[in-house]
Design a protein around this ligand. Structure first.
Ligand SMILES: [Zn+2]
Length: 370
């Protein structure tokens, strides 16, 4: 409904402006982290620049918030300086740390690209990686020789997917983006404000493939490689439609999903429905936040208007716990710029929480490092 969405969009805008104006007196940002007594959990989806300052910042943040293990999804391609530095961090932190390598798209339209990348993946796995993370550039950035976007199920990926299966590498896929990023980035778009600050996140022009095209290609890729284990990050990027995620998990036993950067979206469904979904798929969902820690600071699930500080990062992590562990009503979700609505906690049963927070990541990711 255009009128509804328009007023909601303007409402969001006003609320954001208001929250900026009141930033210093916002009680949510003043909550002290409760370090002691927190259950220990694993963040399966982190981005960390492997420099001394960022590492120090990350280790302090995670310790304060009871995150005793974490997995970096952006170690870079094998052979890069970033990969070497991340692998060295792995040597230092041992089984508290895991990492995924990435593809190097250079030369993607030249013969031999896929074999080269499959070989790099194999070497990365031998060095200690747990898998391969493919960013949304697949489908929305990389172009073929004719200038068309490379499809998410392009056959050139097949040798890499097969090598992943052979080496036990998990393939983490970021396919598409939120539904609203494919709508016109105007005032009727409920994430207008975010798109205003990040115009490159808008894919509404006719040049880009539709979200449906991307998702269908992703589904074909999963079906074509039943021996490869996939991790659909951002709840398979379908948090707007839990039934679609449910169907996909039913259809593809080789698929896991993570929660990263999408509580604000799947938290819009009634809490009892989300809770039932998490219980039904308790063995296939990994806790992750998608926090980015770099020399320039933090990114907390999306861009920020102000540079985020330690207390914001603490609030971000605690908001995740509050959502999964309590039945609090009308709470702020972790990344308010994704929408100024509130969410209700889903208070997961203890055994489901343990799988979400620890066991599934151990099984899928951390056990690969031993
Ligand atoms: Zn990420």
């Amino acid at each position: 409904m255009p009128t509804y969405r328009l007023s909601k969009s303007i409402g969001s805008l006003l609320l954001i402006v208001f929250s900026i104006a009141c930033q210093d007196s916002n009680p949510a940002t003043e909550k002290a982290p409760a370090a002691a007594g927190l259950r220990l959990i694993t963040d399966s989806h982190v981005h960390l620049s492997p420099d001394a300052q960022s590492i120090e910042r990350a280790l302090n943040l995670f310790e304060r918030n009871g995150i005793d293990r974490f997995c970096v999804k952006s170690a870079g391609p094998y052979g890069s300086r970033r990969f070497a530095a991340t692998a060295a961090l792995g040597d230092r932190l041992g089984d508290k740390f895991a990492y995924f390598c990435n593809l190097d798209w250079t030369g993607v339209n030249e013969p031999g690209w896929a074999e080269r990348e499959a070989d790099r993946l194999q070497k990365a796995m031998k060095r200690g990686a747990s898998g391969l993370k493919i960013f949304k550039a697949l489908g929305l950035g990389v172009r073929d020789i004719q200038g068309k976007f490379m499809a998410v199920d392009d056959p050139r990926l097949d040798p890499i997917m097969r090598r992943a299966a052979e080496t036990g590498a998990v393939v983490a896929l970021h396919t598409g983006d939120p539904v609203t990023f494919f709508d016109a980035p105007d005032l009727t778009n409920e994430r207008y404000f975010e798109l205003l600050f990040a115009p490159s996140w808008s894919f509404s022009d006719s040049d880009h493939p539709s979200r449906k095209t991307l998702m269908e290609a992703r589904d074909r890729l999963l079906a074509r490689h039943p021996k490869t284990t996939f991790l659909g990050i951002h709840l398979a990027n379908m948090p707007e439609d839990l039934q679609a995620v449910d169907r996909l998990l039913e259809k593809q036993p080789n698929l896991y999903v993570d929660t990263s950067a999408r509580i604000g979206e799947f938290g819009r469904h009634p809490a009892n429905e989300v809770r039932a979904f998490f219980i039904k798929h308790a063995d296939r969902i990994l806790f992750g936040t998608d926090i980015i820690i770099s020399p320039s600071g933090y990114q907390l699930g999306s861009l920020s208007i102000w540079p985020d500080e330690e207390k914001d990062a603490d609030r971000f992590l605690m908001a995740h716990r509050e959502y999964f562990e309590t039945d609090h009503k009308n709470m702020d979700h972790p990344t308010p710029i994704q929408g100024m609505w509130t969410v209700d906690g889903i208070h997961l049963p203890e055994d489901v929480l343990e799988k979400l927070y620890v066991t599934n990541a151990e099984k899928l990711i951390f056990s690969k490092r031993r």
